[in-house]
Write a protein that binds this ligand. Structure first.
Ligand code: XIL
Length: 329
Protein backbone atom coordinates (compact mmCIF):
# COMPACT_ATOMS: atom_id res chain seq x y z
CA UNK A 1 0.00 0.00 0.00
CA UNK A 2 1.04 3.59 -0.53
CA UNK A 3 2.69 5.61 2.23
CA UNK A 4 0.38 7.59 4.51
CA UNK A 5 0.19 11.31 3.87
CA UNK A 6 0.29 12.11 7.58
CA UNK A 7 3.54 10.15 7.94
CA UNK A 8 5.12 11.78 4.91
CA UNK A 9 4.76 15.19 6.57
CA UNK A 10 5.04 14.12 10.19
CA UNK A 11 8.15 16.27 10.74
CA UNK A 12 6.55 19.24 9.01
CA UNK A 13 2.88 19.77 9.89
CA UNK A 14 -0.37 18.03 10.72
CA UNK A 15 -2.43 16.90 7.74
CA UNK A 16 -6.15 17.51 8.08
CA UNK A 17 -9.40 17.06 6.21
CA UNK A 18 -12.80 18.70 6.48
CA UNK A 19 -15.42 16.06 7.19
CA UNK A 20 -19.16 15.76 7.68
CA UNK A 21 -21.45 13.03 9.03
CA UNK A 22 -21.64 11.40 5.58
CA UNK A 23 -17.93 11.42 4.74
CA UNK A 24 -16.86 9.98 8.09
CA UNK A 25 -18.75 6.90 6.90
CA UNK A 26 -18.04 6.87 3.17
CA UNK A 27 -14.37 7.89 3.55
CA UNK A 28 -13.57 6.39 6.94
CA UNK A 29 -10.75 4.17 5.77
CA UNK A 30 -9.08 6.90 3.72
CA UNK A 31 -9.43 9.49 6.49
CA UNK A 32 -8.06 7.19 9.17
CA UNK A 33 -5.11 6.13 7.05
CA UNK A 34 -3.90 9.47 5.69
CA UNK A 35 -5.07 12.27 8.00
CA UNK A 36 -4.34 13.15 11.61
CA UNK A 37 -6.70 16.08 12.00
CA UNK A 38 -10.27 16.95 11.07
CA UNK A 39 -12.40 20.06 10.79
CA UNK A 40 -16.21 19.97 10.78
CA UNK A 41 -17.25 21.20 7.33
CA UNK A 42 -20.50 22.76 8.61
CA UNK A 43 -21.49 21.11 11.86
CA UNK A 44 -19.90 23.57 14.30
CA UNK A 45 -21.03 26.72 12.53
CA UNK A 46 -23.37 29.00 14.45
CA UNK A 47 -26.59 28.01 12.67
CA UNK A 48 -25.75 24.31 13.05
CA UNK A 49 -25.15 24.30 16.79
CA UNK A 50 -27.37 27.18 17.91
CA UNK A 51 -30.44 27.47 15.65
CA UNK A 52 -32.62 29.15 18.32
CA UNK A 53 -31.62 31.20 21.29
CA UNK A 54 -32.62 28.50 23.77
CA UNK A 55 -31.63 25.53 21.58
CA UNK A 56 -28.21 24.00 21.08
CA UNK A 57 -27.89 21.04 18.71
CA UNK A 58 -24.60 19.22 19.14
CA UNK A 59 -25.44 15.76 17.76
CA UNK A 60 -23.54 16.02 14.50
CA UNK A 61 -20.61 17.95 15.94
CA UNK A 62 -20.37 15.32 18.68
CA UNK A 63 -20.32 12.53 16.07
CA UNK A 64 -17.37 14.14 14.32
CA UNK A 65 -15.49 14.61 17.58
CA UNK A 66 -16.16 10.96 18.47
CA UNK A 67 -14.76 9.95 15.06
CA UNK A 68 -11.59 11.92 15.75
CA UNK A 69 -11.21 10.29 19.16
CA UNK A 70 -11.72 6.84 17.71
CA UNK A 71 -8.89 7.43 15.24
CA UNK A 72 -6.62 9.50 17.45
CA UNK A 73 -7.01 12.63 15.35
CA UNK A 74 -6.75 16.28 16.36
CA UNK A 75 -9.77 18.55 15.84
CA UNK A 76 -9.91 22.15 14.61
CA UNK A 77 -13.03 24.15 15.51
CA UNK A 78 -14.75 26.07 12.71
CA UNK A 79 -16.12 28.74 13.25
CA UNK A 80 -17.50 31.20 15.84
CA UNK A 81 -17.99 34.52 14.03
CA UNK A 82 -18.91 34.59 10.34
CA UNK A 83 -21.30 36.49 8.04
CA UNK A 84 -22.67 33.21 6.62
CA UNK A 85 -24.45 30.24 8.22
CA UNK A 86 -25.27 32.35 11.26
CA UNK A 87 -28.74 32.28 12.81
CA UNK A 88 -31.04 35.26 12.16
CA UNK A 89 -32.31 35.32 15.75
CA UNK A 90 -28.85 36.39 16.89
CA UNK A 91 -29.25 39.83 15.34
CA UNK A 92 -32.88 40.41 16.36
CA UNK A 93 -34.56 41.68 19.49
CA UNK A 94 -37.82 40.27 20.86
CA UNK A 95 -39.89 42.55 18.59
CA UNK A 96 -38.03 41.49 15.42
CA UNK A 97 -36.09 44.74 15.45
CA UNK A 98 -32.31 44.96 15.46
CA UNK A 99 -30.69 43.89 18.69
CA UNK A 100 -28.46 46.27 20.64
CA UNK A 101 -24.68 46.02 20.56
CA UNK A 102 -24.59 45.03 24.23
CA UNK A 103 -27.05 42.17 23.75
CA UNK A 104 -25.34 40.93 20.57
CA UNK A 105 -21.97 40.77 22.30
CA UNK A 106 -23.50 39.07 25.35
CA UNK A 107 -25.04 36.46 23.04
CA UNK A 108 -21.68 35.93 21.38
CA UNK A 109 -20.05 35.51 24.79
CA UNK A 110 -22.62 33.00 25.90
CA UNK A 111 -22.49 31.06 22.60
CA UNK A 112 -18.71 30.93 22.71
CA UNK A 113 -18.64 29.85 26.34
CA UNK A 114 -21.04 26.99 25.56
CA UNK A 115 -19.50 25.77 22.30
CA UNK A 116 -15.81 26.25 23.01
CA UNK A 117 -16.33 25.09 26.59
CA UNK A 118 -18.05 21.89 25.47
CA UNK A 119 -15.11 20.81 23.32
CA UNK A 120 -12.22 22.14 25.39
CA UNK A 121 -10.73 18.66 25.80
CA UNK A 122 -11.00 17.79 22.11
CA UNK A 123 -10.51 20.92 20.04
CA UNK A 124 -7.00 22.34 20.06
CA UNK A 125 -7.54 25.30 17.71
CA UNK A 126 -10.50 27.48 16.75
CA UNK A 127 -11.20 29.66 13.74
CA UNK A 128 -12.59 32.36 15.99
CA UNK A 129 -13.30 34.95 13.31
CA UNK A 130 -13.82 34.00 9.67
CA UNK A 131 -13.70 36.20 6.57
CA UNK A 132 -14.26 39.69 8.02
CA UNK A 133 -11.87 41.43 5.62
CA UNK A 134 -13.37 43.10 2.52
CA UNK A 135 -12.18 41.64 -0.79
CA UNK A 136 -12.44 44.82 -2.81
CA UNK A 137 -12.08 48.53 -2.31
CA UNK A 138 -10.56 50.71 0.34
CA UNK A 139 -12.46 49.58 3.38
CA UNK A 140 -10.80 47.12 5.70
CA UNK A 141 -13.86 45.23 6.91
CA UNK A 142 -16.61 43.47 4.99
CA UNK A 143 -20.12 44.87 5.50
CA UNK A 144 -22.08 42.54 7.81
CA UNK A 145 -24.69 42.52 10.53
CA UNK A 146 -21.87 42.08 13.02
CA UNK A 147 -20.23 45.28 11.84
CA UNK A 148 -23.52 47.21 11.51
CA UNK A 149 -24.59 46.45 15.03
CA UNK A 150 -21.38 46.21 17.02
CA UNK A 151 -18.82 48.17 14.99
CA UNK A 152 -15.34 46.64 14.66
CA UNK A 153 -15.23 45.70 18.38
CA UNK A 154 -16.86 42.34 17.79
CA UNK A 155 -13.60 40.99 16.42
CA UNK A 156 -11.48 41.60 19.51
CA UNK A 157 -14.37 40.54 21.74
CA UNK A 158 -14.71 37.22 19.94
CA UNK A 159 -11.08 36.37 20.69
CA UNK A 160 -11.37 37.43 24.33
CA UNK A 161 -14.50 35.31 24.79
CA UNK A 162 -12.88 32.28 23.15
CA UNK A 163 -9.80 32.67 25.32
CA UNK A 164 -11.97 32.84 28.47
CA UNK A 165 -13.83 29.71 27.40
CA UNK A 166 -10.65 27.70 26.77
CA UNK A 167 -7.36 29.37 27.72
CA UNK A 168 -5.40 26.51 26.15
CA UNK A 169 -6.98 26.67 22.68
CA UNK A 170 -5.05 28.21 19.82
CA UNK A 171 -7.12 31.03 18.37
CA UNK A 172 -7.03 31.80 14.64
CA UNK A 173 -8.14 34.51 12.28
CA UNK A 174 -9.16 32.71 9.05
CA UNK A 175 -9.74 34.11 5.55
CA UNK A 176 -9.65 33.40 1.78
CA UNK A 177 -7.96 35.25 -1.10
CA UNK A 178 -5.26 35.37 1.52
CA UNK A 179 -2.48 35.42 -1.08
CA UNK A 180 -3.95 38.32 -3.04
CA UNK A 181 -1.62 41.29 -2.39
CA UNK A 182 -4.36 43.78 -1.46
CA UNK A 183 -6.24 41.41 0.79
CA UNK A 184 -3.05 40.05 2.30
CA UNK A 185 -2.10 43.55 3.41
CA UNK A 186 -5.54 44.14 4.91
CA UNK A 187 -5.45 40.85 6.82
CA UNK A 188 -2.00 41.79 8.08
CA UNK A 189 -3.25 45.21 9.17
CA UNK A 190 -6.19 43.74 11.08
CA UNK A 191 -4.16 41.09 12.88
CA UNK A 192 -1.34 43.50 13.70
CA UNK A 193 -3.80 45.89 15.31
CA UNK A 194 -5.36 43.05 17.31
CA UNK A 195 -1.92 42.07 18.58
CA UNK A 196 -1.14 45.68 19.50
CA UNK A 197 -4.34 45.79 21.55
CA UNK A 198 -3.27 42.66 23.44
CA UNK A 199 -5.97 40.48 21.91
CA UNK A 200 -5.36 36.75 22.43
CA UNK A 201 -4.74 35.56 18.88
CA UNK A 202 -2.24 32.85 18.05
CA UNK A 203 -2.48 32.13 14.37
CA UNK A 204 -3.65 33.03 10.91
CA UNK A 205 -5.56 30.53 8.81
CA UNK A 206 -5.03 30.66 5.07
CA UNK A 207 -8.08 28.98 3.58
CA UNK A 208 -6.15 28.18 0.39
CA UNK A 209 -9.05 27.67 -2.02
CA UNK A 210 -6.72 27.58 -5.00
CA UNK A 211 -6.67 26.25 -8.55
CA UNK A 212 -4.22 25.28 -11.28
CA UNK A 213 -3.75 28.93 -12.29
CA UNK A 214 -4.07 31.04 -9.15
CA UNK A 215 -2.54 32.22 -6.94
CA UNK A 216 1.08 32.36 -8.04
CA UNK A 217 3.74 30.75 -5.88
CA UNK A 218 5.28 34.18 -5.42
CA UNK A 219 2.04 35.51 -3.97
CA UNK A 220 1.71 32.50 -1.69
CA UNK A 221 5.27 33.00 -0.48
CA UNK A 222 4.75 36.72 0.05
CA UNK A 223 1.63 36.03 2.10
CA UNK A 224 3.39 33.46 4.28
CA UNK A 225 6.35 35.80 4.84
CA UNK A 226 4.15 38.75 5.71
CA UNK A 227 1.88 36.86 8.11
CA UNK A 228 4.81 35.07 9.72
CA UNK A 229 6.46 38.43 10.38
CA UNK A 230 3.75 38.99 13.01
CA UNK A 231 5.26 36.14 15.02
CA UNK A 232 2.15 33.96 14.73
CA UNK A 233 1.82 30.39 13.56
CA UNK A 234 0.10 29.75 10.25
CA UNK A 235 -2.15 26.96 9.07
CA UNK A 236 -3.61 26.16 5.69
CA UNK A 237 -7.17 25.53 6.78
CA UNK A 238 -9.25 24.69 3.68
CA UNK A 239 -6.88 23.63 0.92
CA UNK A 240 -8.27 22.54 -2.43
CA UNK A 241 -6.71 22.96 -5.87
CA UNK A 242 -9.46 22.93 -8.48
CA UNK A 243 -8.66 22.16 -12.10
CA UNK A 244 -10.74 25.22 -13.08
CA UNK A 245 -9.89 28.87 -12.93
CA UNK A 246 -12.38 30.62 -10.63
CA UNK A 247 -13.87 32.54 -13.58
CA UNK A 248 -14.19 29.38 -15.70
CA UNK A 249 -17.88 28.43 -15.67
CA UNK A 250 -17.63 25.41 -17.99
CA UNK A 251 -19.85 22.46 -17.03
CA UNK A 252 -19.16 20.01 -19.85
CA UNK A 253 -16.32 17.91 -18.44
CA UNK A 254 -17.22 14.46 -17.13
CA UNK A 255 -13.58 13.57 -16.59
CA UNK A 256 -10.42 15.67 -16.33
CA UNK A 257 -8.97 16.76 -19.68
CA UNK A 258 -5.65 15.23 -20.73
CA UNK A 259 -2.86 16.94 -18.83
CA UNK A 260 -5.02 18.41 -16.09
CA UNK A 261 -4.04 15.89 -13.43
CA UNK A 262 -0.38 16.11 -14.41
CA UNK A 263 -0.54 19.88 -14.13
CA UNK A 264 -2.28 19.51 -10.79
CA UNK A 265 0.51 17.21 -9.64
CA UNK A 266 3.07 19.87 -10.54
CA UNK A 267 1.16 22.53 -8.66
CA UNK A 268 0.75 20.35 -5.57
CA UNK A 269 4.43 19.51 -5.63
CA UNK A 270 5.47 23.14 -5.91
CA UNK A 271 3.06 24.18 -3.17
CA UNK A 272 4.20 21.50 -0.72
CA UNK A 273 7.86 22.25 -1.45
CA UNK A 274 7.14 25.81 -0.48
CA UNK A 275 5.16 24.82 2.61
CA UNK A 276 8.01 22.60 3.78
CA UNK A 277 10.38 25.56 3.58
CA UNK A 278 8.15 27.21 6.16
CA UNK A 279 7.61 24.20 8.39
CA UNK A 280 8.77 26.24 11.40
CA UNK A 281 5.75 28.54 11.08
CA UNK A 282 3.17 26.31 9.39
CA UNK A 283 1.73 23.90 11.93
CA UNK A 284 -1.05 22.24 9.92
CA UNK A 285 -2.33 21.80 6.39
CA UNK A 286 -6.02 20.91 6.20
CA UNK A 287 -7.75 20.00 2.95
CA UNK A 288 -11.40 21.02 2.57
CA UNK A 289 -12.38 17.41 2.01
CA UNK A 290 -10.33 14.30 1.27
CA UNK A 291 -11.15 12.72 -2.10
CA UNK A 292 -12.75 13.82 -5.36
CA UNK A 293 -16.04 11.99 -4.75
CA UNK A 294 -17.11 14.82 -2.45
CA UNK A 295 -16.10 18.48 -2.49
CA UNK A 296 -18.10 21.65 -1.83
CA UNK A 297 -16.56 22.98 -5.09
CA UNK A 298 -18.81 20.67 -7.08
CA UNK A 299 -21.57 23.14 -6.13
CA UNK A 300 -19.54 26.35 -5.87
CA UNK A 301 -19.16 28.70 -7.68
CA UNK A 302 -20.76 26.58 -10.42
CA UNK A 303 -23.48 24.10 -9.53
CA UNK A 304 -23.20 20.49 -10.40
CA UNK A 305 -19.81 19.97 -12.00
CA UNK A 306 -16.77 18.02 -10.90
CA UNK A 307 -13.60 19.96 -9.89
CA UNK A 308 -11.22 17.10 -8.93
CA UNK A 309 -9.32 19.21 -6.37
CA UNK A 310 -7.75 16.58 -4.08
CA UNK A 311 -4.93 14.05 -3.86
CA UNK A 312 -7.31 11.08 -4.03
CA UNK A 313 -9.78 10.26 -6.79
CA UNK A 314 -13.46 9.36 -6.64
CA UNK A 315 -12.56 5.79 -5.68
CA UNK A 316 -10.15 7.03 -3.00
CA UNK A 317 -7.12 5.95 -5.02
CA UNK A 318 -3.97 8.13 -5.05
CA UNK A 319 -3.79 10.59 -7.97
CA UNK A 320 -0.63 11.81 -9.73
CA UNK A 321 -0.46 14.68 -7.21
CA UNK A 322 -0.26 12.19 -4.34
CA UNK A 323 2.60 10.35 -6.03
CA UNK A 324 4.55 13.59 -6.38
CA UNK A 325 4.12 14.38 -2.71
CA UNK A 326 5.22 10.89 -1.77
CA UNK A 327 8.51 11.52 -3.59
CA UNK A 328 8.94 14.91 -1.96
CA UNK A 329 8.70 13.71 1.59
C1 XIL B 1 -18.64 25.64 2.96
C2 XIL B 1 -19.06 24.18 3.04
O1 XIL B 1 -18.04 23.38 2.50
C3 XIL B 1 -20.36 23.99 2.30
O2 XIL B 1 -20.87 22.67 2.51
C4 XIL B 1 -21.41 25.00 2.76
O3 XIL B 1 -22.56 24.88 1.96
C5 XIL B 1 -20.88 26.42 2.68
O4 XIL B 1 -19.66 26.50 3.41
N1 XIL B 1 -15.02 29.16 3.55
C6 XIL B 1 -15.26 28.63 4.80
C7 XIL B 1 -16.04 27.36 4.89
O5 XIL B 1 -14.78 29.14 5.81
O6 XIL B 1 -16.83 27.30 6.06
C8 XIL B 1 -16.90 27.14 3.69
O7 XIL B 1 -17.49 25.84 3.79
C9 XIL B 1 -16.09 27.27 2.42
C10 XIL B 1 -15.52 28.66 2.30
Amino acid sequence: AEAALKDMFEADFRIGAAVNPRTIRSQEHLLARHFNSITAENEMKFVSVHPEEETYTFDEADQLVAFARKHGMAVRGHTLVWHNQTSDWLFKDSHDGTVSKAVLLERLRSHTQTVVGRYKNDIYAWDVVNEVIADEGESLLRPSKWLDIAGPDFIAKAFHFAHEADPKALLFYNDYNESNPLKRDKIYTLVKSLLEQGVPIHGIGLQAHWNLFDPSLDDIRAAIEKYASLGLQLQLTELDISVFRFEDKRTDLVKPEPGMLERQAEVYEAVFRLLKEYREVISAVTFWGAADDYTWLDDFPVRDRKNWPFLFDERHQPKPAFDRLAKLA
